[in-house]
Design a binder for this molecule. Structure first.
Ligand code: BGC
Length: 768
C-alpha cells in the first residue's frame, strides 16, 4: 500500500472514533491529539509551488484556487475541519495574479511605496495607515497572511533587496516595522516579519554562511526584529535562507526557540522562507513550525525522525498547535466573506500621499518648489519609464504606473513633446537591443536591464534651454530579489548620466534657468561627484504606482518633502567597511538549493561572508573613523527651516524623557524629524561614538508655529551586549544625549546619570 493511501486509511479509521471532531478556537489540543502523524507532517509542510524545480510534496491539498498567485498555502485537512489558509507576498502591497482565466474581473493590487521610502518618512502613524490600507486588500482579496514586512539591515548599499528593507539602523527598522505590522493586522489578517535573520546579500542567498559575532547579532541584526516583534506581535515570523555560523537559521533552536520565543516572549508561528533549509526534522526540532511551500523530503524527514526516535512527537505537536493557532485567527477559518473589491481608489490616494512624505530633499538652491514654471524639458529615461518599485516577490501586480511625464501633466505642466518622442523612440530601440539578455534575465528572475542613458546633443540642449522654463533630469535604478547591485553604472552614475547632468545644467544656467535632478532609485548611489552641479536634487525613491503624481506634488509645492535618510550616503562605495566582504560582481544562481545541510567554504563572499565590521555598520562605522560622507544618516532638507530650543531631560526610574521645542522659522509649511543619539561613557566594551535611540516627527508646522517633541527611551535601551557575561549591560555613568536634525547636525546636548544594570539572557549562539 502506498504512503498516501496508508495515511488516508489511518485518517478514516481515526475519524470514525473521533466522530464529528472539527477545529474550534478552544479545541486545538484535542485536534492535534486526533491527527495522524502523516496529517501532522502534512500540516507542517505546505502544499508546494507549481513550476519550481524541486521535490514537491505529493500529499498536499489546499484551496489554492481561492487566491491565485498567493505564494503558498497551508494544507487543509477536511475531516478535522482544518481549512487551508493563503500566504501572499508583500511588502509593497499584496502580490497576487491580476487576471484569472474565464473571469472578466481584474484583481490588481495597489503598489505602495517601497520599504526604504516608508522608513524615510520616520512617521510611524503614517506607516501604520499605509498598513491599514494594504491589509484591507489582503482581507478583501481572500488572503490570510501578508509575507511582510522585510526588515533586514542595510549592511551594505549594494544588497539587491535593500529597497524592501528599511535602514542601516535597528531602531528605525524596528519602529517602522512595528507600525506597519500594527496597521496591517488591524484588518484581522496576519503579517510575517522576514527574513529572520542575518540575510544581508542576495548572491547565493540560499547557501551563504554569514559569519557574525554574538554581540553584532544581538545589537544590530536581531535588534530591529526584537523591537518590532515586542511592539506589534506579528502573527508569523519568516526565517531566512542563509546559514549563520554554520547553521541554517530555520534549523537553529537557539534563534527560533531560545531567543525568539523564550527570551522575547514571541507567541506566534514561524515559517521558513520558500524552500529554505535542508532537513525537515531539524527545522521542526528548532521550533520552525511551517516549512513553506514544502518539499517531499521534508515530509519524509519528519515521519522518519519520529519513527526512529530522532525527532520527538512533542516537537511535532508543538509546531502543529502553533500552526492551528494561526489558522483559527485567520479570516478563512472565520468564514469571512471577502468581496474581491478592495477600495483601490482610496488606496491610490494613500500611496500618492505617503510617497511624498518619504522623499528626501538632498539639495535645494532655491529651485524647489518650482515657481513660474509651465513648460518643462524632461530628460532621463526614467522619467518616461518610471520605476514603481523593485523586482521579485516584493513587486506588486499593479494596474498602472504613473510616470513622471503623466504626473507633471496631471499637475498642469507641459512637458516638452519633442523630447518625449525622442525618449520614447530611444527606449523602444534600447529595449530591442536588450531583448535577448532580458529574456534570459527574466528566466532567472532578475531585473531587466534598463535602457542606457540617451545622449543629448548640445544643439538640442540649447534649443530646450531657450524654449523651456526649467529642466528636470530623472535618474533611475532597479534591483531585486536574487542578485546584488554593482558599482559601475549602478552605485556610480554612468558616464552618460554624468554628462547629461553636466550638459543640461550648463545649457540651462547659460540662459539663467534651473536644472533639477530627481532620483527614482531603490538604494544608495554615489552623489559626491555631481550633487553640486544642478540646482536641486530630490531623492524620490520608488514611490509605487502613483510615483509620477507624488513627485509632481512635491516639485510643485502642493506637497512638501519631509523625509530623511535612513542610511549613510558615502563619498565612495569602498568607504563602507563591509565592502571588503561583499560579493561584488559574483554570480550564483538564485535557486541554488543543495539541501545537504553542509556549509561550503570555498568562495569568499559567496559561500561564506565574514561580517568583519562587527557592530560598525553604517553611521557607526563612519563616525568611528571620523570619515566625511556625502550625506549623513538622518539627513534631509525641507522647503522651510527649523530651530530647536529648550532641550530638557528627565529621568524617572527606568524612563528617560527628552523634550525639545521645534519651531518652523521659514516661510513654508513643513515637518521636522528630531533624532536622539546617545554616547555612552567609556567602558570595557568598545562603544560606537553615538547610537540612535529614539526619534519623533512634528505635525505639519506652519511658518512661526512650534511643537514640543518628546523622545522617550528606557534605560535598558542603553545597554550593550557583553558576550563574555552573556548579558545586556548598562554601564553606570554619565550619558550624553544629543538631539540632532541628523547624525552630524546636533542641535542640543544633554547629560543623564544612569545606574548600572545587567540583564542576563539565555546562552544562545555560544559558537562564536
Ligand atoms: C522570498 C520571500 C518571499 C517568498 C515567497 C522568497 O523567495 O525570499 O521574501 O516571501 O519567496 O514568495
Amino acid at each position: 500500500m502506498n504512503k498516501t493511501l496508508l495515511s488516508i486509511t489511518a485518517a478514516v479509521a481515526l475519524s470514525a472514533c473521533n466522530g464529528d471532531l472539527k477545529l474550534r478556537e478552544d479545541n486545538i489540543d484535542e485536534i492535534v491529539n486526533a491527527m495522524t502523524l502523516e496529517e501532522k507532517a502534512q500540516l507542517i509542510i505546505g502544499v508546494g509551488m507549481p513550476g519550481i524545480p524541486v521535490d514537491q510534496p505529493v500529499i498536499g491539498a489546499s484551496d489554492a484556487g481561492k487566491v491565485p498567485g498567493a505564494a503558498g498555502f497551508t494544507a487543509n485537512i477536511e475531516r478535522l475541519g482544518i481549512p487551508s489558509i493563503a500566504l501572499c507576498d508583500g511588502p509593497a502591497g499584496l502580490r497576487i495574479t491580476p487576471t484569472r482565466e474565464g473571469d472578466d474581473q481584474t484583481y490588481y493590487c495597489t503598489h505602495f511605496p517601497i520599504g526604504t521610502l516608508l522608513a524615510s518618512t520616520w512617521n510611524t502613524e503614517l506607516v501604520k495607515q499605509v498598513g491599514v490600507a494594504m491589509g484591507q486588500e489582503v482581507l478583501e482579496y481572500g488572503g490570510d497572511v501578508l509575507l511582510a514586512p522585510a526588515v533586514n539591515i542595510h549592511r551594505n548599499p549594494l544588497c539587491g533587496r535593500n529597497f524592501e528593507y528599511y535602514s542601516e539602523d535597528p531602531v528605525v527598522t524596528g519602529n517602522i516595522a512595528g507600525a506597519y505590522i500594527e496597521g496591517i493586522q488591524t484588518n484581522g489578517v496576519g503579517t510575517s516579519i522576514k527574513h529572520f535573520a542575518f540575510n544581508s546579500q542576495e548572491t547565493n542567498r540560499m547557501n551563504n554562511n554569514a559569519l557574525i559575532d554574538v554581540r553584532t547579532m544581538r545589537e544590530i541584526y536581531l535588534k530591529g526584529f526584537e523591537i518590532a516583534i515586542k511592539k506589534s506581535a506579528p502573527w508569523t515570523v519568516m526565517t531566512s535562507y542563509n546559514y549563520f555560523n554554520g547553521t541554517y537559521t530555520s534549523e537553529s533552536h537557539d534563534l527560533v526557540t531560545k531567543v525568539l520565543r523564550e527570551e522575547w516572549g514571541y507567541k506566534g508561528t514561524v515559517m521558513t522562507d520558500w524552500f529554505g533549509g535542508a532537513n525537515g526534522a531539524a527545522q521542526v526540532a528548532a521550533g520552525n513550525d511551517m516549512l513553506q511551500p514544502g518539499r517531499q523530503t521534508q515530509y519524509n524527514d519528519i515521519i522518519k525522525g519520529v519513527n526512529d526516535g530522532s525527532l520527538s512527537i512533542e516537537d511535532v505537536n508543538l509546531c502543529c498547535k502553533r500552526i492551528l493557532n494561526l489558522v483559527v485567527q485567520s479570516p478563512t477559518f472565520k468564514g469571512y466573506k471577502y468581496t474581491n473589491k478592495p477600495d483601490l481608489k482610496a488606496h491610490a490616494d494613500v500611496t500618492r500621499q505617503s510617497a511624498t512624505e518619504g522623499m528626501v530633499l538632498l539639495e535645494n538652491n532655491g529651485a524647489l518648489p518650482m515657481k513660474n514654471v509651465k513648460n518643462i524639458a524632461v530628460f532621463g529615461n526614467a522619467a518616461y519609464s518610471w520605476i514603481a518599485g523593485g523586482t521579485g516577490s516584493g513587486d506588486v501586480n499593479r494596474a498602472y504606473t504613473v510616470n513622471l511625464i503623466e504626473g507633471l501633466k496631471n499637475a498642469g505642466y507641459t512637458p516638452n513633446e519633442a523630447l518625449k518622442t525622442s525618449y520614447e523612440q530611444w527606449t523602444v530601440s534600447e529595449n530591442e537591443r536588450n531583448a535577448e539578455a532580458n529574456a534570459e534575465r527574466q528566466k532567472n528572475w532578475l531585473p531587466a536591464l534598463l535602457p542606457s542613458e540617451m545622449p543629448v546633443d548640445k544643439k538640442l540642449l540649447s534649443e530646450q534651454a531657450k524654449s523651456q522654463d526649467v529642466a528636470l533630469i530623472a535618474i533611475g535604478r532597479i534591483s531585486g530579489e536574487g542578485s546584488d547591485r554593482n558599482i559601475d553604472g549602478d552605485f556610480d552614475l554612468s558616464s552618460a548620466e554624468k554628462e547629461l547632468i553636466k550638459n543640461v545644467t550648463a545649457a540651462f544656467h547659460a540662459v539663467g534657468k534651473k536644472a533639477i535632478v530627481v532620483l527614482n532609485i531603490g538604494g544608495v548611489i554615489e552623489t559626491a561627484s555631481w550633487k553640486n552641479i544642478p540646482d536641486a536634487v530630490l531623492c524620490a525613491w520608488q514611490g509605487g504606482q502613483e510615483g509620477g503624481n507624488s513627485v509632481a506634488d512635491v516639485l510643485s509645492g502642493k506637497a512638501y518633502p519631509s523625509g530623511k535618510l535612513t542610511m549613510t550616503w558615502p563619498l565612495a562605495y569602498t568607504d563602507h567597511k563591509s565592502s571588503e566582504n561583499f560579493p561584488l560582481g559574483k554570480k550564483a544562481a538564485m535557486l541554488n538549493m543543495k539541501f545537504d545541510g553542509q556549509t561550503r567554504t570555498d568562495e569568499k563572499d559567496v559561500d561564506y561572508t565574514q561580517y568583519e565590521e562587527g557592530i560598525y555598520v553604517g553611521y557607526r562605522w563612519f563616525d568611528a573613523e571620523n570619515m566625511s560622507v556625502s550625506y549623513p544618516f538622518g539627513y534631509g532638507k525641507s522647503y522651510t527651516t527649523f530651530e530647536y530650543s529648550n532641550a530638557d531631560v528627565k529621568v524617572d526610574g527606568d524612563i528617560i524623557s527628552v523634550t525639545v521645542d521645534v519651531k518652523n522659522t521659514g516661510n513654508a509649511e513643513g515637518k521636522e524629524i528630531a533624532q536622539l543619539y546617545v554616547s555612552a561613557p567609556s567602558s570595557e566594551l568598545a562603544k560606537p561614538v553615538q547610537e540612535l535611540k529614539a526619534f519623533a516627527k512634528t505635525k505639519a508646522l506652519m511658518p512661526g508655529e512650534s511643537e514640543t517633541l518628546c523622545l522617550t527611551l528606557n534605560t535598558a535601551d542603553l545597554a550593550s551586549f557583553h558576550p563574555g557575561e552573556n548579558a545586556w549591560i548598562v554601564e553606570e555613568g554619565s550619558y550624553t544625549l544629543k538631539i540632532g536634525a541628523d547624525s552630524r547636525d546636533i542641535k542640543a546636548e544633554l547629560t543623564a546619570d544612569i545606574k548600572a544594570k545587567t540583564t542576563p539572557v539565555s546562552r544562545a549562539f555560544t559558537a562564536r
